[in-house]
Design a protein around this ligand. Sequence first.
Ligand code: 13P
Ligand code: SF4
Length: 298
Amino acid sequence: METEIRALKTEKNAVIMAHNYQPMEIQALADVVGDSLELAVKAKETAADLIVVCGVRFMAETAKILNPDRKVVLPVEDAGCPLADFLTPDLILEAKEQYPDAAVVVYVNSTAESKALADITCTSANAVRVVASLPNDTILFGPDSNLAAYVQRELPEKTIIPLPPGGHCYVHMGFTLADVEAARKKGGTIVCHPECPPEIQEQADRIASTAGMIRAAAAGGDEPWWVFTEREMASRLRVLYPGRVFYENPEAVCADMKEISIADLHHALESEEHEVVLPPEVMDRARRAIERMITVGA
Ligand code: 13P
Ligand code: SF4
C-alpha cells in the first residue's frame, strides 16, 4: 500500500503533512512532519494541489484557512482535539465584553470559529513571544489553562486570563508528581510540554513544544530524557537521534491522533475525502490572526 500511496501523491500533486504525534508508519510516508507551527508555516508555503493533513481537525482547518483555494483533506473525519472544544465563540464574546481592553490570544488547538474572534493565534512554540509582542497588559488566553499559566510565569508583567479557567488536554493532564518522582529515581532530564499542569512544569528540567524538544535534543547531551508529552514523541526522537535514550509514558496516548491508519491515508488520497469546508468569512478573519502569528515567528 505504501507504493500506491507514493504513486497517488505524485499523480495528484499532493503533499502529506503529519504531526509529531502521528503513528510512526504515517510519519514515514509524510513530506512534512512537525509541530503545529511548522505545519501551519509549511501549509502556507506549499504549491501542492491536494493537502492531506494527518493530525487532528484544527490542523487541517489551519491548512485550509491558509490555502483557501486548495483542497485540504483530513483522512478521518472525526479526528478532533478535545482541548479545542473547551473554547466557544460565546465564551470569547462574553469575556471581551467584560475586559474590553484585553487582547484575545487563541491557541491553534481551537476551532476556526474561535480563531476568527482572535487578535492573534499562538502555538506552544511561540505563545510567550506572541503575548510579549502585544501592547495590551491584559490577555484573554484560551483554551489551554496550563499553557496560559506557563505564559504567565514567563511574563509576570502581563495579566493572563485563562479562557475558560479549566481548559486542558487530558493527555498532558495525565502526568503526575509520581511520574516526576519515578523519573528522578532513575535519573535523566525531564522535558515537559507546556500543556502539562503547572506543578509538573515547575519540577521539569525543560519546558518545550514538540519542535522545541527536537531542537533541544539536537543540541546534544547523552543523558536519558523523560519525554512528558504524547508517547509518539519519544519514538520520533529515537528515530532522529538513534544513539540517545528517550523514555515515554506508555499511557500518554492521544486517541484522536491515532485514528488515521495507512488504509485511511490511502483512501484519502484516492477519494480526496474528507474535505475541509469552512465559511469564507470565518476563514478570512481566522487567517488574519494566524498570519499575524506567523509574522511574529517561533
Ligand atoms: P505542538 O504544537 O507542540 O506540536 O503541540 C500540539 C499539540 O496538540 C499538543 O498536544
Ligand atoms: Fe489535542 Fe491533547 Fe491530542 Fe494535542 S494531545 S491533539 S492537545 S487532545
